[in-house]
Design a protein around this ligand. Structure first.
Ligand code: GLN
Length: 540
């Protein structure tokens, strides 16, 4: 029977609950246990799919096509366990299911209430789609005490009663500030946060204290005493130099040991920390810097391209260079500034995106990279922009564009009204914005003798998608005659998945998002190859 670990946060948000959960999952998995990670988000959006990156950071896409919270990206990167649709839920989704059921008469006339109906639905989510997992780690978004997170906290309290107290563990992550003026570490916020948690019926079993410096034994004793937790279960997490150090740091603090002890389990083998030590060392010691220009709408926003930033860092690690991102906001980019802005870059990346704003600047920048033979990687929207640039400037189709941006353009990129997957129509133009995209894992067949096939070392690949529009395949021959090859296609040969330029050292566009599948311990080949090309461009 699965054991459940619930991770809540206190005092302030952004303490790294996701990273802590992911590190713990790695440590348990590496000791021979089967682990699953889940996230419960207290906001009212049904999923983060339609939320602006300004609000919520990146939307992470799973293999099975769920648009999820970016914490699932951390989970996957640290554990290499693929998340599923069933691993992320929001208050919005829960209410929407319940209201639908109520409208159908599913509650047989009963009054529908937060307790028991909402809490029952949360408990259902926690247990759903679990088979032989040893541990299910569920992170609760937000901070204890928020109005929105109350039903979740109530649900996990009930869950622990029903599932068995010895089979459910509560971890509370708090902040332990250091006050410069008095030269003191303060435990009071932690005490208050635990008090808040206890007032709604949850006694944490382990407290993880995030702090800027090591917490002296006296303060740990205080936390142990006031929060009613054994001293060995007061675990500190001091700011790490790189996130790759987190699993090492939690191991040193014996987090996994205390978790196993709680469940009366033994470690099946010693966790393998070598790969983390290796990449920490590379990350901290590499001196060589490669400048990659990235042009997008949200480039100055910390989590908006989280997986992409990570994937580029992974590409840097595999080439033993530090990737320095030159972030260029597309909205502000005037075509006549391109040469100046891109002067010192060794590679250009145009990431995924939506909408017209800033597209002309991107297109001009792609032309610059194409003509000056600067390594270029276009992801999703970035590939669509590259195709438009080539059509305008090489095929001389002046009105070439995407119907997403201009209904009257010559549609080099356009909407295909219906897609069939497993015989079902999965999107159409007349549906809601949410849920009308080509989402999740799709196959692509790679052409012989193409650059992309050499990079992947495989004839077919599976990558994650998140888009509505497609490159118009009818123009394939025209493009190929001019040297832009459609080197990856959908298995039915209808949808261009990858484009590449013949007479260019490294110019590739992909309709999918390879960044979602890059892992620090196994960097994605496309990013490793892109950074390698940038490194040799730099060397010229
Ligand atoms: N806006 C484009 C589309 O919907 C690209 C989306 C993306 O880059 N993720 O097809």
């Amino acid at each position: 029977m699965a054991r459940y670990i619930f991770v809540t946060g206190g005092v302030v948000s952004s303490l790294g609950k996701g990273l802590s959960s992911a590190s713990l999952a790695y440590l348990l998995k590496s000791q021979g246990y089967k682990v699953r990670l889940r996230k419960m988000d207290p906001y009212l959006n049904v999923d983060p799919g339609t939320m602006s990156p300004f609000q919520h950071g990146e939307v992470f896409v799973t293999d099975d096509g769920a648009e999820t919270d970016l914490d699932l990206g951390h989970y996957e990167r640290f554990t290499n366990i693929s998340s599923k649709k069933t691993d992320n839920i929001t208050t919005g989704r829960i209410y929407s299911d319940i209201i639908k059921k109520e409208r159908r008469g599913g509650y047989l006339g009963k009054t529908v209430q937060v307790i028991p109906h909402i809490t029952d639905r949360i408990k259902e989510f926690i247990k759903k789609d679990i088979s032989d997992e040893d541990f299910v780690i569920c992170e609760i978004g937000g901070t204890v005490g928020d109005i929105e997170s109350l039903p979740f906290v109530e649900a996990i309290r009930q869950f622990s009663n029903e599932h068995g107290k010895s089979k459910t563990l509560f971890i509370h992550l708090t902040f332990v500030p250091f006050l410069k003026s008095s030269d003191e570490i303060k435990t009071k916020p932690t005490q208050h946060s635990v008090k808040e948690l206890r007032s709604i019926g949850i006694q944490p079993n382990i407290i993880i204290c995030r702090s800027q410096q090591s917490i002296p034994i006296d303060q740990r004793k205080k936390i142990s005493l006031f929060c009613n937790v054994p001293i060995e279960n007061v675990i500190e997490t001091v700011d790490v130099r790189t996130i790759y150090e987190a699993p090492i740091s939690f191991f040193n603090q014996k987090l996994d040991k205390q978790v196993l002890k709680f469940f009366k389990l033994k470690s099946k083998k010693r966790p393998n920390l070598l790969p983390w030590k290796k990449i920490t060392k590379i990350t901290l010691n590499t001196k060589k810097i490669i400048n990659i220009g990235i042009i997008g709408k949200y480039v100055n926003l910390k989590d908006a391209y989280k997986s992409l930033d990570e994937a580029l860092t992974h590409g840097g690690i595999s080439n033993k260079v530090k990737v320095n991102l030159i972030r260029i906001e597309s909205d502000k980019l005037k075509p006549n500034q391109i040469a100046k802005k891109l002067k010192n870059i060794s590679g250009l990346l145009i990431p995924g995106g939506f909408g017209k704003r800033g597209t002309e600047g991107k297109i001009t920048a792609i032309k610059y990279a194409r003509e000056r033979k600067i390594p270029f990687l276009g992801i999703c929207f970035g590939m669509q922009m590259a195709i438009i640039e080539f059509a305008r400037n090489k095929l001389k189709i002046k009105k070439a564009g995407s119907t997403e941006l201009d209904r009257n353009c010559y549609p080099v990129v356009g909407l295909i009204n219906e897609w069939n997957k497993d015989g079902k129509i999965i999107r159409g133009t007349d549906k809601d914005l949410g849920g009308t995209m080509r989402l999740g894992l799709y196959d692509a067949i790679l052409r012989n003798n193409s650059a992309i096939k050499k990079i992947y070392k495989s004839a077919s690949i599976k990558e994650r998608h998140r888009h509505r529009y497609e490159v118009n395949n009818n123009l394939k021959n025209q493009f190929e005659k001019k040297g832009l090859i459609f080197s990856g296609m959908s298995p039915d040969n209808k949808l261009p998945e990858i484009i590449e330029l013949k007479n260019h050292p490294w110019f590739i566009g992909v309709q999918f998002h390879p960044e979602f599948k890059s892992r620090p311990l196994s960097p994605h080949p496309l990013f490793s190859s892109f950074i390698k090309a940038a490194k040799s461009f730099n060397g010229k």
